[in-house]
Design a protein around this ligand. Sequence first.
Ligand SMILES: *[C@@H]1O[C@H](CO)[C@@H](O)[C@H](O)[C@H]1NC(C)=O
Ligand SMILES: *[C@@H]1O[C@H](CO)[C@@H](O)[C@H](O)[C@H]1NC(C)=O
Ligand SMILES: *[C@@H]1O[C@H](CO)[C@@H](O)[C@H](O)[C@H]1NC(C)=O
Ligand SMILES: *[C@@H]1O[C@H](CO)[C@@H](O)[C@H](O)[C@H]1NC(C)=O
Length: 382
Amino acid sequence: MRLRKRRRNQVSGWRAIRRCVVFFTAVCVIPVLLVLLVATDHYMRPVQHTTFLRPQFDESDRILSDSMQYSHNLTMVGMRMEKRRRHLKKSCHNLGLDRNGNDTLHRPNPWEFLVDKKHHLVWCNVFKAASTSWMYNFNILAGYKPKFLKKSKLVPMTLARQKYPRPSLQGLKEAFNNSVSFVIVRHPLERLLSAYRDKLQFALPHTHHQKLGNEIVAKYRNKLRNKEHRGKPQQRWPTFPEFVEYLVDSVKSGERLDMHWTPITEFCTPCMFDFQMIAHTETLQEDQTYLIKKAKLEHLIEPQWKNAGKGTTSGQITKYYSQLTRSQILHLYHIYRYDFELFNYSLSGFLELGQQDKDPSTLLAAITLKDFQRLPLPQVYK
Ligand SMILES: *[C@@H]1O[C@H](CO)[C@@H](O)[C@H](O)[C@H]1NC(C)=O
Ligand SMILES: *[C@@H]1O[C@H](CO)[C@@H](O)[C@H](O)[C@H]1NC(C)=O
Ligand SMILES: *[C@@H]1O[C@H](CO)[C@@H](O)[C@H](O)[C@H]1NC(C)=O
Ligand SMILES: *[C@@H]1O[C@H](CO)[C@@H](O)[C@H](O)[C@H]1NC(C)=O
């Protein structure tokens, strides 16, 4: 009995010692561990920080951040496209341009479209808005080799039409249903200036446009002004003001306009179709990268910017538009007012350039031109 009791005492003594050891270990080790944790954390952090700041030295990290930037850009461009599309729909509705009718504004016009059935791509070819680049792309998609396109004497449009005949309205509507559809737009007055320079100022000899230029000069060149400039050589092509005078008159008399300066609203009737993408020349690089990606054509075509040499710069805009009067600029606004509205452009930056009209009533008449009930409607707007 005694022996057992002693043993029990011994055992409980050992237990007490063990508990003490555990307790003291705990009391001593835990703070040490904590201190260590904090200390290592303190020492680790700057190290982590420097490695974090260094990715530019690491090739794979650089590529990763580029592709993140790229997809960020794509999302941004996608949102911008959606915004433009909503704006177009809203404006079409507000202006009553989404109703079918029997005039050039309300009758869907499939004539200018290119439909690539194989690659599910639909494009309305607006001249003077990156059309050279995209005509090239469509020719590449049609299977023409770049070498052939370079040396071919045929106009790119002629080559393209051999592969993409003009669609019927029904055919076009079906194509819209299962394709990526797009149009490229540009500031109306910038597009007009680009057309004037390309087709009239630098008209190729013996072309239809050179002939037109001669006719404009014959009709609009002020003979008196000629006398004033006696001795100075006069340019053979129409000046920009002469061209604008001609344009305003042809709209007033209801003539069909040249395709290079027809308003996009009539050329593509964008209110009659549901374009997925509206690219702008101001953001073309991003817009066409997005477009090519969405159409899954990256392996076939790449973003182009052809004919950039003839593009209009802000210096040219100032040079040419400061030759016009303000009433002339307002007349131009009137001709292109739907393009301005549908594609969210404004006159700001242009109207200021115009010269003051000598006769204030001319300016007044140009302002009230907006009120088209009072004037006989130009045919394009009937
Ligand atoms: C993203 O867009 C910016 C300008 O908007 C451009 O400078 C940059 O190159 C683009 N990055 C990629 C990867 O496309
Ligand atoms: C229209 O243009 C203005 C100024 O350029 C811009 O702030 C606005 O976001 C644009 N609206 C749409 C719908 O694109
Ligand atoms: C549409 O206009 C053309 C002439 O422009 C005319 O011949 C035709 O009868 C018109 N159609 C309708 C349905 O009004
Ligand atoms: C286009 O698709 C819609 C619905 O998907 C259909 O109602 C319409 O008839 C189609 N239009 C054509 C021209 O195929």
